[in-house]
Ligand binder design. Structure first.
Ligand SMILES: [Zn+2]
Length: 372
């Protein structure tokens, strides 16, 4: 598997509409979906070529997996904060020591210990404010920092074609991510022969994503393409060992545990082909020999656009990025299954960034190393 780290910068405002259809106030996503990146590159390809076999393999054969591009500071990569992330309810990360993770406390701490963990540890807050859910994207090389692109609201009005004047009562506005915002993500390819083709395409940037592309919005420039980026996480056996060592410090727990954290939205179907929106045991994820202990599910609704038909894809419910599942591993093969899920991804539409997962993300245990 080839993995490239792509860094892009917005050189005009980005309107990546979070909801489909006309809305008076259209919100923007704060990340660039993999489907938008794939669509932008396909557009560049078709400007100079045709739908030949290379096009088919790059964009239609699921050989090349385009990532969601998450906000970055141009130095570190970011990841969604898991649903278990907690910080001071009142002061958020102005009390940086309050940033913690609830997965292990909720499962393993005694009632008293959990109560004391729930209080913000800042001296000004102690016992007055509790830790509460915090959302966003965290910079991975600096666990105390959450990154949020700047946005602004742009107002517009419909134009009456007959008179070329503003249509009465048809004011609308949308939020946009401001120019200068940076994003990054890792493209995965199983096929080496496609790499040259893709490299050429990326050189032909700027790419165009989102709404208003014909009016100069949504322009992305490629800042960097690292073709052999360093590993993002420690090796899986090391993470599993540390995760379990921390659990062992909290409680003399028997057995081995693993956390599965969704890095992007995951689209799965059950045996009756219904979308999976919650997990009751490991089998829904294709994981055997593991008992589900805790689930923190973020709801998600996947949109999409079928460019060939010029029609929207049906909205599909799924499991949202940041969802966390804690498993007790009963079978020796479960660890190998988890490793395969992390490498290959799970579920549908992986070429558009869906289905990326992490096993024992250090975020869940880092704050407790040392047995606090
Ligand atoms: Zn506080």
């Amino acid at each position: 598997m080839i993995e490239w780290l792509l860094q892009v910068k917005a050189i005009s405002p980005l309107a990546l509409h979070a909801e489909r259809g006309p809305a008076q106030f259209a919100r923007t996503l704060l990340y660039i979906p993999g489907s938008s990146l794939r669509g932008a590159l396909a557009d560049v390809y078709l400007k100079t070529g045709t739908q030949d076999t290379d096009f088919q393999r790059l964009f239609l054969a699921d050989v090349c997996l385009f990532p969601d591009l998450y906000p970055s500071d141009g130095i570190g990569e970011s990841a969604p904060l898991p649903a278990t992330a907690r910080a001071c309810k009142r002061f958020k990360l102005k009390h940086p020591e309050s940033l913690s993770d609830a997965l292990l406390p909720l499962r393993f701490l005694s009632d008293d210990a959990r109560k004391s963990w729930e209080s913000c540890p800042n001296a000004a807050c102690k016992s007055k404010n509790v830790r509460d859910r915090i959302e966003g994207f965290r910079v991975e090389n600096d666990t105390q920092r959450v990154i949020k692109p700047h946005t602004r609201t742009v107002a517009g009005t419909s134009i009456l074609r007959a008179t070329q004047t503003a249509a009465s009562g048809q004011l609308f506005s949308h939020t946009v991510v401001e120019e200068g915002a940076r994003f990054s993500g890792r493209i995965r390819m199983a096929d080496e022969t496609l790499a040259n083709k893709l490299r050429d395409l990326l050189r032909k940037a700027p790419l165009r994503v989102g709404y208003g592309r014909t009016r100069g919005m949504g322009l992305l420039e490629i800042e960097d393409l690292d073709e052999s980026p360093p590993a993002r996480l420690p090796d899986l056996p090391e993470r599993l060992d540390k995760f379990n060592a921390v659990i062992g410090q909290i409680e003399s727990a028997t057995g081995r545990y693993a956390a599965l954290t969704l890095e992007s939205d995951v689209l799965l179907r059950d045996e009756l082909l219904r979308p999976v929106t919650t997990i009751e045991d490991g089998s829904a994820l294709g994981l055997k020999g593991a008992a589900l202990e805790r689930a923190f599910v973020v709801p998600a609704l996947a949109h999409g656009w079928n460019a060939a038909l010029g029609l929207p894809k049906p909205d599909t419910p799924g499991l949202g990025r940041g969802s966390v599942f804690l498993f007790k591993l009963n079978d020796v093969t479960a660890e190998a299954q988890l490793a395969a899920m992390e490498t290959d991804g799970i579920g549908e539409r992986r070429a558009e960034g869906f289905g990326r997962v992490r096993v024992c993300d250090p975020f869940h245990y880092k704050v407790f190393e040392g047995g606090q």
